[in-house]
Design a protein around this ligand. Structure first.
Ligand SMILES: *Cc1c(COP(=O)(O)O)cnc(C)c1O
Length: 383
């Protein structure tokens, strides 16, 4: 299976390897100076003031919800088309998730449906910039203002994303990013929360390290011993220097990788324009897409083949494909616990049933891209 194209492969270069070795040789493995450096670099990249590096985006979503001090009965609205972590972390913070449907063209949360689902218990909205396309933030911020709701942006796909000149993750109270192995830049596992509010980030950092008052790593520095005091029951969500060592160098190449992803995006759009599949909508004016996922929709009536058969056939041709995602109401846990009826989210459910993610990693070479394009055409032509 040597020529199998693995979905979402990252590029790791010599700088990352050297930096990890440096951490190992200096015996500083945990949260230390490289985490601080990565936070500073990331805050500068996102034109924001404060950043907290964590061990995942999931941790960041959870702590952002915790920092809103949600109570049982409080409701948080998010999209029916997202990764399960967005919904699970609302549940873990003690609140009740409420789903809104997606816009059938952008595949992002539909602001009109958000407003329909607002109740007196609604406390926050978690928009997800799906595939790297910015949500309609003007409309969402207007709803947030009208009903006094907090905003946590799930930016797992949206490191490079911008909306009308403003960077994704800087619109609301918290912007949360992922450096999971398949994301646009990686640390293996890792996440970051950004905010322009210093107290917000201080709270995230405290909650990420057991609720202790002082960063533990400062206790072991040469400024003299510092006691810590536990101020609330926190979690253990800190990033390691070993992870930040990778992230520091990945971040330097974010624009380079983005250019390659855009090249693949344009190539697919061009090559597939006459196929009977649905392609991503054109990119909205005055926005920047992060090209994290290239989703197509395989409708059985139009294509003569259903989505799952397409997945099987592509895999047989040694092309790793993905499904991002089956709609949230599709999963048995949520269906049973919240009684969510898939018919209430028709656009998300249709997308979830028909979508396939094609590889768009910056690591793909021309030969591999040619194979992917040829395979898509062959499978749709029944070959
Ligand atoms: C990947 C992803 C997450 C979770 O990120 P981790 O860093 O793996 O915790 C959350 N939301 C979305 C939309 C994602 O794609």
């Amino acid at each position: 299976m040597n020529d199998f194209i693995v979905f979402g492969q990252p590029i790791i270069e010599q700088d990352e390897i050297n930096e990890v070795i440096d951490s190992l040789k200096n015996s500083w493995l945990g949260t230390g100076p490289k985490v601080r450096r990565f936070e500073n670099d990331f805050a500068i990249y996102k034109s924001t003031q404060y950043a907290a590096a964590l061990n995942s985006c999931t941790a960041g979503l959870h702590l952002s919800c915790c920092a809103l001090n949600l109570k049982p009965g409080d409701e948080v609205i998010t999209t029916a088309m997202t990764f399960c972590a967005t919904v699970n972390t609302i549940i873990h913070s003690g609140a009740t998730p409420v789903l809104a449907d997606i816009d059938p063209a952008s595949w992002n949360i539909d602001p009109l449906d958000i407003e329909r689902r607002v109740t007196p218990n609604t406390r926050a909205i978690i928009p997800v910039h799906f595939a790297g396309r910015p949500c309609d933030m003007d409309a969402i911020m207007q709803i947030a203002k009208k009903y006094n709701l907090a905003i946590i942006e799930d930016c797992a796909h949206a490191i490079e994303t911008e909306y009308k000149g403003k960077k994704a993750g800087t619109f609301g109270d918290f912007g949360v990013f992922s450096f999971y192995a398949t994301k646009n830049i990686v640390t293996g596992e890792g996440g970051m929360v950004i905010s322009n509010n210093q107290e917000n980030i201080a709270r995230i950092k405290k909650l990420a390290l057991h609720g202790m008052s002082t960063d533990a790593w400062k206790r072991f520095s040469d400024h003299g011993y510092k006691h810590y005091l536990v101020e609330e029951a926190g979690y253990k969500y800190n990033m390691l220097d070993l992870q930040a060592a990778i992230g520091i160098h990945q971040l330097k190449r974010v624009e380079k990788y983005s250019k390659k992803r855009k090249h693949i995006w344009d190539l697919y759009n061009d090559e597939f324009k006459s196929l009977p599949i649905t392609l991503p909508a054109p990119i909205e004016k005055n926005t920047r897409h992060a090209y994290h996922l290239f989703n197509i929709m395989i409708n059985e009536d139009k294509c003569g083949i259903d989505r799952d058969t397409f997945l099987t056939e592509m895999t047989k041709k040694k092309i790793g494909v993905g499904v991002h995602y089956q709609a949230i109401p599709h999963h048995p846990f949520y269906k049973e616990k919240y009684n969510w009826n898939p018919n209430d989210y028709p656009n998300a459910v249709k997308f979830g049933n028909e979508t396939v993610s094609l590889p768009i990693s910056a690591k793909l070479n021309d030969n591999e891209l040619e194979r992917i394009i040829k395979s898509v055409k062959e499978v749709l032509n029944g070959k």
